[in-house]
Design a protein around this ligand. Structure first.
Ligand code: AMP
Length: 409
């Protein structure tokens, strides 16, 4: 399949060509013609599938063909759970729309609203926003949504996980009922199905899993280690392996900060990224990581979801997530774009059950060994409380979008 056969106009094809894309990804191939026809879409697609271009290209085309000559109004609203994802989509929108007469902007919290308001006042066609700041500006009457005719919810599952349901309901009650809706979600949980029913009108269902080769290219390993030795082990592995461009996940913000401090003490250029960091600190950490000035980015699950960091050789789970699907999202940051990646998990005895749940979800066993000098203390007994306090989670969409690899060990 070729981009020329999707029904896109020359200005968009030119922008795509300038990005260097050879052919559309499976989700682009499926979604672009449907969106051009005006259909509602329910798409299961993770980051790395090309989903952003999949909705942005046809959305821009629809807006450019209906352009009124008067004042610019927000006609497309793209909602995302995090500021980083909003900024990333905005960059994509700018690139794809550079040969069109369309204006766009992005708004999110954590930064001064004044420049955002000034841009909005000049008039924009496409607005990318996080729900909180959007509603803030709507309430202040500096932002009007009465002309929205295309709505995109990106990473809708994460929006629900982050507690944005009420904000979403409010936004739905403000925007016109007559509109095209595009809902993207990595998983199809019960809650997502309810949301889809509420928002979408006779949707086409589009599914796209990350390319097999991408997932196949991820080598998954785990080390058994006591939790009080994890920091020394990770530092040893990074220093001895000469690793850089390492993304490390911790379960808490406090844990991310602590680990980051220890790494810096050991002369590793590390930065932490999580919800408690100011927007400028997050942007700085991320751009430092992309440029190579930061070698190790220590992150919590919420912060980096959807981040487009190409060619990441190492993802390390300093702690396993208690929601198995988060493991899939985390390791999806490595082995992208055909690059070979390694996902390593440090597993303490307290996390045994999390590992089991993850293996159940991915339908495969993860090879687990120990590192000499870091073997777990055989006499250590985890507090009963820790065992009992294991969070019972909902299993969202087991196995979906995650190909089985090899046979069970
Ligand atoms: P996304 O899943 O939208 O986050 O996109 C992941 C990455 O794939 C981004 O770096 C895009 O620029 C890139 N990408 C999107 N579409 C294509 C394509 N058709 N060919 C090659 N790369 C693409």
């Amino acid at each position: 399949m070729n981009f020329d056969n999707l029904g896109l106009i020359p200005s968009l094809l030119k922008a795509v060509k300038e990005k260097g894309y050879q052919e559309p990804s499976p989700i682009q191939e499926k979604a672009i013609p449907l969106i051009l026809k005006g259909r509602d879409i329910l798409a299961s697609a993770q980051t790395g599938t090309g989903k952003t271009a999949g909705f942005t290209l046809p959305l821009l085309q629809r807006l450019s063909s209906n352009r009124s000559n008067g004042k610019r109004n927000i006609r497309a609203l793209i909602l995302t759970p995090t500021r980083e994802l909003a900024a990333q989509i905005y960059d994509n929108v700018l690139e794809y729309s550079k040969h069109l007469n369309l204006r766009s902007t992005v708004i999110f919290g954590g930064v001064n609203q004044r420049p955002q308001v000034a841009t909005l006042r000049q008039g924009v066609d496409v607005l990318i926003a996080t729900p909180g700041r959007l509603l803030d500006l709507v309430n202040q009457k500096v932002l009007f949504l009465s002309n929205v005719n295309i709505l995109v919810l990106d990473e809708a599952d994460r929006m629900l996980d982050m507690g944005f349901k009420r904000d979403l309901d409010k936004i739905m009650s403000i925007i016109p009922r007559q509109r095209q809706n595009l809902l993207f979600s990595a998983t199809f949980s019960k809650e997502i199905k309810v949301l889809a029913k509420q928002i979408l009108n006779n949707p086409e269902i589009v599914e796209a899993t990350p390319e097999n080769t991408t997932v196949e290219a991820i080598v998954q390993k785990a080390y058994r280690v006591d939790k009080n030795k994890k920091a020394s082990l990770i530092i040893k592995l990074i220093l001895e392996g000469g690793w850089f461009q390492v993304l490390v996940f911790t379960r808490t913000k406090h844990g991310a900060n602590n680990l980051c401090k220890k790494m810096i003490k050991s002369n590793i250029k590390a930065a932490a990224i999580h919800g408690n960091k100011s927007q400028s600190a997050r942007t700085k950490a991320l751009s430092g990581f992309k440029s190579g000035a930061v070698e190790v980015l220590v992150a919590t699950d919420i912060a980096p979801r959807g981040l487009d960091i190409p060619l990441l050789p190492h993802v390390i789970n300093f702690e396993l997530p208690n929601i198995p699907e988060d493991y899939v999202h985390r390791i999806g940051r490595t082995g992208r774009a055909g690059a070979k990646g390694e996902a390593l998990s440090l597993v303490s005895v307290e996390e045994k059950n999390y590992l089991r749940d993850i293996e159940k979800l991915i339908g495969n066993r993860i090879q687990i060994t120990t590192v000499e000098g870091f073997e777990p203390d055989p006499n250590y007994v985890p507090a009963e409380k820790t065992q009992r306090s294991r969070i019972k989670h909902r299993s969202r969409n087991p196995n979906k979008g995650f190909p089985r690899r090899g046979s069970r060990r």
